[in-house]
Design a protein around this ligand. Structure first.
Ligand code: ADP
Ligand code: MG
Ligand code: ZN
Length: 476
């Protein structure tokens, strides 16, 4: 039997605000436990939460970037449940009226575009963190994260494979990073995903029963977990058994998912509008102001790079993988005017060095202007392409300009005819056999002479001029 996987994703992205969603406690990661708390985020009775305007702005920015409708009025609601990391006894979220609805993200899979619907984007506050002692029978709780603003982005069940799921997640994370509203740091949990997956018989319209894989924070884990879950569900269906609607956890060590709780045990959260928070009203002027402030987004930048710079789609994808890298490329092109050559150099030489040092482009010792200068020198024939790579390495190591390195190390192309002729005469005198072969019509030995000349000039002889001079001398 053929089955089609159906996948819908719920992403939690932490917003890059300085302070929490409803109080002025700081949000910075890694502070000593319980040093970033106050009566509001600790859920003391009688306190009054006040919504963080920047968090609302960020939610609207993501909504606009993903083609959502922005709700003129939206509400905060209490999602009631008990857990030790939740001092209020409820999470503040948005339920019936989220701030953004009905958007989409276009993904690109091996050149094929596909649109994935976004059902809703809503704001909510994060819970604290429990730390279970491995040796002693104690658990500790850190409330620093309690009240930190999150966006939950819920996709339509439009995704059909683990690869599509990862492409969607990468595209969403790129948009968050381009907007500068989240650091997208997956290791620190700033971008985490619940994946819902079901199978249906090929051609069937009705969705099958789904399971939900909770809280994954690595693209690789998400992909593997989905593969595993699809295989597991297929085996059940093939055996004539039913898929249980349940929440499951991916165990990376065991490379398997395990049931956590069934839907029967699912809680009734008794949502109701938070009486302490006024509805969020968003005036049109504010939406327009935010829309105008949006940066160029990854997909648009990619398209523009392809059409304006005539570089391949692959190059455009790599170069727009971050805003900083894209800016670097454009600045370097401004100085040298050779988009494809700049692209090649960045993708091979530059990115290799950065990767080796685990450095970000923003920490690159070679500025775009320095790279332009180097490429212009190659273009003008001042140095060879091969030597340019060595010069670049030195630039990267020392932060020195190309022209200085070339000058200091005498790497400029040798164009002095007198000097070249002297060397050629030496070579011909030392190799009478090869000269005789050439005269007998074996023109291939020209390569041998060129090789000798390059050796003696350490690769600096001007190739075209040397070739001419060699032929002249051999014809004598
Ligand atoms: P819940 O609130 O229980 O998580 P939702 O209806 O909000 O449920 O759906 C959550 C996610 O599950 C959405 O991303 C949606 O696209 C996806 N989803 C819903 N039904 C299915 C299904 N049958 N198979 C796969 N994904 C599904
Ligand atoms: Mg869910
Ligand atoms: Zn607080």
């Amino acid at each position: 039997m053929e089955y089609e996987p159906v996948i819908g994703l719920e992403v939690h992205a932490q917003l890059l605000t300085e302070t929490k969603l409803f109080c002025s406690c700081l949000t910075a990661f890694g502070a000593p436990p319980n040093t970033q708390t106050c009566p509001v985020c600790l859920g003391m009775p009688g306190v009054l939460p006040v919504a963080n305007k920047k968090a609302v702005r960020y939610a609207i920015a993501l909504g606009l970037a993903t083609g959502c409708t922005i709700s003129k009025t939206s509400l905060f609601a209490r999602k009631n449940y008990f857990y030790p990391d939740l001092p209020k006894g409820y999470q503040i979220s948005q339920y019936e009226v989220p701030i953004c609805r009905r958007g989409f993200i276009d993904i690109d899979l091996e050149g094929e575009k596909k649109r994935i619907g976004i059902t809703r984007i809503h704001m909510e506050d994060d819970a604290g963190k429990l730390i279970h002692d491995e040796e002693n029978p104690v658990s500790r709780v850190d409330f620093n994260r309690t009240g930190v603003p999150l966006l939950e982005i819920v996709s339509e069940p439009d995704i059909r494979s683990p690869e599509e799921a990862v492409a969607y997640l990468r595209a969403l994370r790129d948009i968050l990073l381009y907007l500068g509203i989240s650091d997208g740091n997956m290791e620190e949990g700033s971008f985490r995903c619940d994946a819902n997956v079901s199978l249906r018989a090929a051609g069937e319209e009705k969705f099958g029963t789904r399971t939900e894989l909770k809280n994954m924070n690595s693209f690789r884990h998400i992909q593997r977990a989905l593969f595993y879950e699809i295989r597991r569900q297929r085996a059940l269906l093939d055996a004539g058994e039913e898929v249980l609607q349940e929440t499951r956890l991916w165990d990376e060590a065991k490379q398997a998912t395990f049931g956590m709780r069934g839907k029967e045990e699912a809680q009734d959260y008794r949502y109701f509008p938070d009486p302490d928070l006024i509805p969020i009203t968003v005036p049109d002027e504010w939406i327009e102001e935010i829309r105008e402030s949006l940066p160029e987004l990854p997909a648009a930048k990619r398209e523009r790079f392809i059409s304006v710079y005539s570089i391949p789609e692959y190059d455009a994808g790599v170069l727009t993988s971050s805003r900083a890298l894209a800016d670097y490329f454009e600045d370097a092109v401004k100085g040298s005017g050779e988009p494809k050559k700049v692209s090649n150099f960045i993708m091979s030489e530059l990115m290799r060095e950065l990767k080796r040092d685990e450095r970000d482009i923003s920490e690159c010792p070679v500025t775009p202007a320095m790279l332009s200068e180097l490429l212009v020198m190659v273009d003008q024939g001042k140095i060879s392409g091969k030597i340019a790579k060595d010069v670049f390495e030195e630039m990267y190591r020392t932060g020195t300009k190309a022209s200085e390195i070339v000058e200091k190390k005498g790497l400029a192309v040798e164009r002095d005819e007198g000097a070249l002729i002297a060397l050629i005469e030496e070579i011909l005198a030392e190799n009478p056999d090869q000269v005789a072969q050439f005269k007998a019509g074996k023109t291939k030995v020209l390569g041998f002479f060129m090789g000798q000349l390059m050796k003696r000039t350490r690769g600096k002889a001007d190739p075209r001029l040397s070739n001419e001079l060699l032929r002249e001398k051999l014809a004598e």
